[in-house]
Design a protein around this ligand. Structure first.
Ligand code: FPP
Length: 290
């Protein structure tokens, strides 16, 4: 693994390499999630049609995935199409995005295989057009044996919908468990069946089951919003918002986001290690009581 990694690092551009060398390889994130925003504004600034912004955005996807795979990032999850996009965007834009997605998948499977990238999806993908689902499945199967970066596209994805789906899954599991034991659901709850409904159970029913939570969430185009993305999973993620619009985002900017992440102190609700019980003042001390 270290040899493979060293070889792939040599494939970084000089600009990327300069940022990469400033990173601590022992503290690279395991999972980076990105809200790819600003395609429309990128096009608007150039008096171009919105769809050209999306097209350039698809090029950025390729560049960023390639850099992620070169640094051996285990998981990269991209917000490509939200439930809200599906419901609220003009039909012509939605079908353009669907076409772009299919083209992206068909045109990039070879590159994904060259880069050892495995495709996965999260979202209510069963509601996407049949031909899109077929291409998605094909790309997932073609890349299933790859062991490098898992590229997950969030498609027809909404985080609240995901939590609802997970809750439904947990309820069905509870009912099945009662049935398996030959008792009613009330009886099963009466003897502690609800104890199995905990954070781990919900996580296991999320679309992201089996993946680590994102360590870093990047959002492009400067908006300070989460936009219904991975609400459950980003509980302790570091947030990095850049004004750069998605079509201008490249691998080097991913590395800059990782550098910012490494500059943060992650406490997960605890304290920095330099603080110990002894360094805390006695709450009964008069100067604090005053
Ligand atoms: C936001 O731009 C982006 C999207 C709605 C979807 C992201 C889609 C892509 C990056 C292109 C295709 C992706 C793949 C995987 C092939 P926006 O239209 O909301 O921008 P705006 O806020 O500036 O209007």
């Amino acid at each position: 693994m270290p040899l493979t990694q060293a070889l792939r690092i040599q494939e970084l551009s000089p600009e990327e390499l300069a940022v990469y060398r400033s990173l601590d390889p022992a503290r690279l994130p395991e999972h980076v999630a990105i809200i790819m925003d600003g395609n429309g504004r990128w096009a608007g600034k150039r008096a171009l049609k919105r769809f050209l912004g999306h097209q350039r955005g698809a090029d950025s996807v390729h560049f960023v995935v390639e850099t992620a795979s070169r640094i051996n990032l285990p998981y990269l999850t991209l917000y490509a199409f939200s439930l809200e996009n599906n419901l609220r965007r003009p039909r012509a834009e939605v079908s353009f995005l669907m076409k772009l997605l299919r083209n992206y998948l068909t045109g990039n499977v070879k590159r994904m295989n060259d880069n050892n990238v495995r495709m996965a999806y999260i979202g209510r993908t069963q509601d996407l057009p049949a031909e899109v689902q077929e291409t998605m499945q094909w790309a997932a199967e073609e890349t299933a044996r790859n062991t490098g970066t898992t590229l997950t596209l969030a498609l027809n994805y909404g985080s609240r919908a995901e939590i609802v789906d997970a809750a439904r899954g947990v309820i069905l599991h509870l009912l099945a468990e009662a049935q398996r034991r030959g008792c009613t659901i009330e009886d099963w709850i009466g003897v502690g069946g609800l104890d199995a409904v905990d954070e781990d159970a919900l996580s296991r029913h999320m679309y992201t089951a089996g993946m680590p939570d994102p360590d870093l969430l990047i959002r492009t185009s400067g908006e300070m919003r989460i936009s219904n993305y991975l609400l459950w999973q980003i509980a302790y993620a570091e947030l990095y918002v850049t004004d750069r619009l998605w079509p201008d985002f490249r691998g080097v900017h991913l590395l800059e986001g990782i550098a910012a992440f490494q500059g943060r102190s992650r406490r997960f609700g605890g304290l920095d290690t330099e603080f110990s019980d002894e360094s805390l003042p006695d709450p009964q001390m008069p100067e604090l009581v005053r």
